[in-house]
Design a protein around this ligand. Sequence first.
Ligand SMILES: Nc1ncnc2c1ncn2[C@@H]1O[C@H](COP(=O)(O)OP(=O)(O)O)[C@@H](O)[C@H]1O
Ligand SMILES: [Mg+2]
Length: 286
Amino acid sequence: MININGLTFRYVGANADALTDINLRIPDGDFVGIIGPSGAGKTTLTRAINGLVPHHYKGDYYGEVLVDGKDTLKHTPDQLAVSVGSVFQDIESQLVSEIVEDEVLFGLENFSVSSGEIESQMEWALNAAGIPGLRNREIRSLSGGQKQKVAIASIIALRPKIIVLDEPTGELDPLASRRIFETLRELNTQFGVTVVVVEQKIMLLCEFARRLAVLSSVGLAIEGSVTDVLRHIDVLEATGVNIPRVATLAGLLRKKSLFFGEPPINVLGAKAMIENCLRGENTCLD
Ligand SMILES: Nc1ncnc2c1ncn2[C@@H]1O[C@H](COP(=O)(O)OP(=O)(O)O)[C@@H](O)[C@H]1O
Ligand SMILES: [Mg+2]
């Protein structure tokens, strides 16, 4: 469980708050997507969850963040890392080894996992990240998507309850991006890992996340289930988030009293919505 209560944070020397009065509760087992325009504080929010804010990045900090029951002010990022694993935006700086298996070992040894458990956790992590065949590969020979999965494997090898990822598909093409999200879904559904992911590709989030939190420069604009958030096109527009075309279409049809159902989250859903409208099933004829 992540509990963020009235969190406001301003980096040292900055003249505006990076986060303003954020209240957010993420239950165990959730899959939450964080979206928002550039500069809205998405990265800062991930840092507040893994403790880098305010332990590494200093500033004015108000409010409280509890991660797995631990107050992040009273625990160092290392202590928090047992509960929450982080995959940073700059993946190249996160990977420190030459060979995949060494990268995963590095974390396990750092966290004093007993030698008897290292092999099983290594195998589990490589499998769960979908890369059992890459174990002996040189990291520099891998594709961007494969490197992301190595980073994910090395983080989940420590069996954190929560994994926080900052734009993990930033450098990836659509197919590789999808594969990362399939891996995250697997971690979430098969292994109960709570997933918190910052992502610009809103359609991917809509398809894979259970809930969305939309950050704006003045705070948390809206938070809720994917379909609830997609209903609030006006809020999304005001925040400057890319609105999925299928949601825009649903909003237009609703305005014209032609559609009252749940907003679709993909093209197939949009097709069904249009077919319903054409059949007049959702039509209001007055
Ligand atoms: N290390 C830092 N020092 C000072 N200001 C920062 C630092 N990192 C981010 N900021 C500022 O905090 C605000 C939020 O940034 P960030 O969390 O990176 O937003 P996002 O990830 O949504 O683009 C921005 O105004 C940014 O310039
Ligand atoms: Mg960012």
